[in-house]
Write a protein that binds this ligand. Sequence first.
Ligand SMILES: [Fe+2]
Length: 289
Amino acid sequence: MTRGYGDFHSHLAPGVDDGSPTMEDALHSVDRMVGAGVRRIVTTPHMPASLAREPRRFGAFLDRIEERWAALRVLAVREHPELDFRLGAEVRLDTAEPDVSDPRIRLGGTSFVLVEWAGFRAPTGSPEGPVADSGWRALRTLRDEGFLPVIAHPERYAGIDAGLDAVRAWKDAGAFLQGTYGSLVGQYGSVAQALIRRMLEEGLLDYLSSDFHGRPRYVLYISQGADKLRQFGGDRQLDLLAKENPARLFANQSPLPVPPLPVEGPLAALRNWAEGRAAAASLQMRGAS
Ligand SMILES: [Fe+2]
């Protein structure tokens, strides 16, 4: 069965955040995503979790994003009848007690919610030890309430250790991880590029999405990122991260495990060369004896 990509992190609702400014830009962006093979989209306007504490402002925000998304959806689906186009939010965890009970800020009405750490910085502390950071408490709050947090772009936060212990702790605490296509080809610099590769080599990522900010002059990066993953020998990983697991998320099902990406590069090449030399030497010795 051929399935398209499912992309649940984008900023397309016109005029609500730093994504698409106009309906025309938003529609053009949807066309580009569909052209890249995307068949399921959740668009996710930025929102601080603390906004939910202010009922009037929160209500106005929800009405606005829903109205803009619904208007875009009518036009997008007219153009692309096969497209499953839903609404969510990218919730910045700026409070220890986020309230995501309104389905409009969850991913397409599922139990999943896309979250990002405040200040683009990984939380300190750990779920077991003394809780040193509101980020951890926020994650716990979400899990205790039965929601399924997906951490946006884990490769792009400051404060991630080289051994990825912080990232493993997020997964142990019950979060899923969404990497960004652009990171695979250096859109966010060499550190994010190296980190996403390591996360793939350790099988830590659950999903890929674009985080596309919906403007004509912005590069979309889905095709480039997918090509890079294939170059790494990651065809199966791409299928899981970009198609199968997003399709499961749309159906409110947990992701399947993604096998670690084969480790390649100069060190692996050197190791293969050394192993080849050792094997050849061993054969020669056996031949001589
Ligand atoms: Fe985003």
